[in-house]
Design a protein around this ligand. Structure first.
Ligand code: PMP
Length: 459
């Protein structure tokens, strides 16, 4: 029996009866009923009732090559027929993770040549946390194990991911975080820069918070700093250009490892293969997932720099860590085919030289002037729109994020999927978007903003 035998109401009813969703208020969801997406093609998704919606979020920051790619389905099919699964434990390997590792070493920033696989970004960050602590233990400094992260960071939803992340509501439900992780201020100039403080100076001040945390603990107690190059789930918070080079300088000064979480920014989103290149920094680890397969298969890859890898390989002993699906042959086959598409279609270069700049300009010209908009910002093909009650004072609407939900609901009704995070609308479209798609999106968002403004001002 396929889903076509069910009505929308029936599916919603079954969904409500048996399916617990991620990050969801189930009472609210059950009252409203879920939106059921049944198919997708190119940049569009379609719900059960046939509504066509332009997907401004690439699924969940992942479908970079767009929907309906036969090459990826074929790669999965061929691999499933030949070898659907075998593990990479016990001195075994299968061909696709071997070849994918070589490919990733080629596109990764210089000095990064090893890969450890998982199925999700959260798993990859668990691996990263354990690996850097293991590294310092192998170096004879087991007490150098503190990790510095940032408030409002998102690093996943496992216990380690939540502990690394800085989302307060998630910590409240954690019942005990992984010890020895601290959180410093985020580089979010729109809300945190002082009156009259330049972006440049604010970036340096935010970086100094990392140095303060190192000094407070003592450098011999700090293993690493972890950060998303651009904070994604926290609201596409784009740091000033001064921030990352200064963070890197501070990390090197105190011999603290630099871990980047590129689960969102990896594989072209910022107009480079990795945002490490966009910001001109050389991390020791890069966490990646999502667009590695364009979301067609669950797969994450922790890219491990030569310094850590050398110690891991040269000092004897087992790293007691790994997953059943580490190096899953089907997921890796799909990743290889996905990287082929990105390369063949020149998507990374296109974001850098064409669609990224056009997206920035379109947001400025078509969205920034709207009455509800405090700021627009973007890097490559990821962007944010700040929703405010008063543009000049940056005052927000009451209700902590409720205004953004009003905008989002109008956008979806108007054929445009985007996300509301707090009082910020966020966009992270497939990299296949053209100038025409960007114009279509801006037109729909502009209309949603106008309709939402009428609603919100009338409340
Ligand atoms: N890190 C970042 C920066 C993310 O955005 C996410 C997911 N949105 C994760 C980690 C966790 O990835 P996953 O949901 O695949 O576990």
């Amino acid at each position: 029996m396929t889903y076509q035998n069910y009505s929308l109401k029936q599916l919603q009813h079954i969904d409500a009866a048996h399916h617990l969703h991620p990050f969801t208020d189930h009472k609210e969801l059950r009252a409203a009923g879920s939106r059921i997406i049944t198919r997708a093609e190119g940049p569009f998704i379609y719900d059960l009732e046939g509504a066509e919606i332009l997907d401004g979020m690439a699924g969940l920051w992942c479908v970079n090559v767009g929907y309906g790619r036969d090459e990826l389905a074929d790669a999965a099919y061929r691999q499933m027929k030949e070898l659907p699964y075998y593990n990479s434990f016990f001195k075994c390997s299968t061909p696709t993770p071997v070849l994918l590792s070589k490919r990733l070493a080629e596109i990764a920033p210089k000095g990064i040549d090893q890969v450890f696989y998982g199925s999700s970004g959260s798993e990859a960050n668990d691996t990263a946390l354990r690996l850097v602590r293991h590294y310092w233990a192998l170096e004879g400094k087991p007490e150098k194990n503190r990790i510095i992260s940032r408030q409002n960071a998102y690093h996943g939803s496992t216990v380690a991911g939540t502990s690394l992340g800085g989302m307060e509501p998630m910590h409240q439900q954690l019942g005990g975080a992984v010890p020895n992780i601290v959180h410093v201020m985020m580089p979010y100039a729109y809300e945190l820069a002082l009156p009259g403080e330049s972006d440049h100076d604010f970036g340096l001040r935010a970086a100094r918070a990392v140095e303060d945390a190192i000094l407070e603990a003592g450098a011999d107690k700090v293993a690493a700093f972890i950060g998303e190059p651009v904070m994604g789930a926290g609201g596409v918070k784009i740091p000033p250009a001064s921030y990352w080079p200064e963070v890197e300088r501070i990390c090197r000064k105190y011999d603290v490892l630099l871990m980047l979480d590129e689960v969102i920014t990896g594989y072209g989103r910022t107009g480079e293969w990795f945002a490490a290149t966009t910001y001109g920094i050389s991390p020791d680890t890069i966490t990646t997932a999502k667009a590695l397969t364009s979301g067609y298969q669950p797969l994450s890859a922790l890219l491990v720099g030569d310094r850590i890898a050398r110690t891991l390989v040269e000092k004897s002993g087992e790293f007691n860590h790994g997953y059943t699906y580490s190096g899953h042959p089907v997921a890796c086959a799909v990743a290889l085919a996905n990287l082929d598409i990105i390369e063949k279609e020149g998507l990374v270069e296109r974001v850098k030289t064409d669609t990224g700049p056009y997206f920035a300009q379109a947001l400025q010209e078509q969205i920034a002037g709207k009455g509800l908009v405090g700021e627009v910002r973007s890097v490559g093909l990821m962007g944010a729109i700040e929703i405010v009650k008063d543009k000049a004072t940056k005052e927000r609407f009451e209700g902590n994020g409720k205004a953004a939900v009003v905008v989002r609901d109008h956008a979806i009704a108007n054929g445009m999927m985007l996300r509301a995070t707090g009082d910020t609308m966020i966009l992270s479209p497939p990299l296949i978007w053209t100038r025409a798609t960007i114009d279509m999106a801006c037109e729909r968002i502009a209309k949603a903003l106008d309709l939402a403004e009428a609603d919100l001002r009338a409340m």
